[in-house]
Design a protein around this ligand. Sequence first.
Ligand code: NAP
Length: 534
Amino acid sequence: MKSSGVLLASTDHLQMSCRGGTGRNYSLICAPIMGKSVDQMLIEIGKAKAGGADLVEVRLDYLNSFNPRQDLKILIKRSPLPTLFTYRPKWEGGQYEGDETQRLDALRLAMELGADYIDVELQVAHEFLSSISGRKPENFKVIVSSHNYQNTPSVEDISILVARIQATGADIVKIATTALDITDVARVFQITFHSQVPIIGLVMSERGLISRLLCPKFGGYLTFGTIEAGIVSAPGQPTLKDLLGIYNFRQLGPDTKVFGIIGNPVGHSKSPILYNKAFKAVGFNGIYVPLLIDDIGKFFDVYSSADFAGFSCTIPHKEDALKRCDEVDPVAKAIGAVNCIIRRPSDGKLIGYNTDYIGAITAIEDGLRGSHTTNNSSGSPLAGKLFVVVGAGGAGKALAYGAKEKGARVVIANRTLDRAKEIAELIGGQAISIAELENFHPENGMILANTTSIGMQPKVDLTPIPKRALSSYSLVFDAVYTPKMTRLLREAEESGAIIVSGLEMFIGQAYEQYERFTNLPAPKELFREIMAKY
Ligand code: NAP
């Protein structure tokens, strides 16, 4: 076992490539079953089978009443999937508070009645395994587990824990820790990848999600997939549907390249659906995951291998991302924000780009061309227009830069006036505070582009500008795309303006990023179909 805390430095990567190669992964998907009665559990097991799980973890500690011999017999006999029985006590994070002898007797009985696996906690594993010594049925496996609900220890400490679990005679080692930061997951990947015995290495919490999604890449024995969103047996479990339908779990292997969206929050992003569906459609060996990141520098320091090949970047990291790149494309440098980062295969350097403005500016131009507000058909219809950008973050800078490039006169309105002034100075424009927008109507036929997150789910009732102030605008664009029709767009349409949705910007910037990630042409029609569906 390596003792370095850094994930997958180049030697690790080499070993990983050697280990893979067949393209087939053997990691399983296990659905946790937490019904209150045996009947309810059987219904859930049926759903797990229909949803594509490989096995079920029957959580006996969730049953309201439990008659071991009768109930285990029924569950084992009637389950269409292999069964793993877990009877988790309170002291290890479960529900069971009764007698320990009865608890372990029930697990022994499950083994005798034909269970495929049982899970016992490290604390009682020695005693339990010696009690069944010489009596284990063929193909029956004991998982010995350890759960840490506080944090993720160092690689050294986890290695010691794994060795202790192995010493009990476990067939499969299970380590579940808690991520306080996404970099914690790297230590569990490292342990999982180098393990000489079958291992389940999972990191709980939203920041640990990639430990579950990337399980086949690092050779984990199984990951958990729930039959319903939010009904989890441990924090951070994805659904079966997402594992199979979005993250292409069966196609993942050691050589799969990892891409992802860096953000905070990041759960709302539609990018994982878009890229993973496109990867699958063209047979590209990649996965695109949400990366909930607190410190982008720390993330890049730890996930430094070529396996982590490319990233999209959203709130609030676009400006920090620029500082963390080894090289920055001149347009991104001028904008001062990066929304796409590629790890250059030849030398591992991080190269930053900005693809944000292309999709938005093109969509706004198309919107204007389709209207009667301009007769300028050869040059950009934005030339000479007064273009008001609301927001001075990454997207705001990109839109202001793009509009200026097209010959518009740019005004930046922002909550923090100093940030608006910075951009105004940079590109040669005017800065106002967001509060001034209400009475800002120097002329008619202006363009408004919201680039703040105001109006984004869940706060869909908010809008950056009162409706009465919208009458001076001929076109209103909103970068927010969840929901597709924001309050701002609805009120703009009611006021007679052309509206352009953030979805157009999203699709436009996604084409650009996809081509950089894969070196393949973006399947544009597919992108539109996917976005129309989700
Ligand atoms: P960012 O760099 O964090 O900037 C956020 C901006 O919003 C800042 O100007 C901030 O003002 C302002 N803001 C945030 N909350 C506010 C509030 N409650 N009241 C007033 N102003 C507020 O974020 P970003 O990356 O530019 O993204 C901004 C928005 O654009 C997000 O909703 C994002 O989803 C969307 N976006 C969409 C696409 C697309 O493809 N459609 C692409 C990129 C971004 P201060 O300076 O005062 O903090």
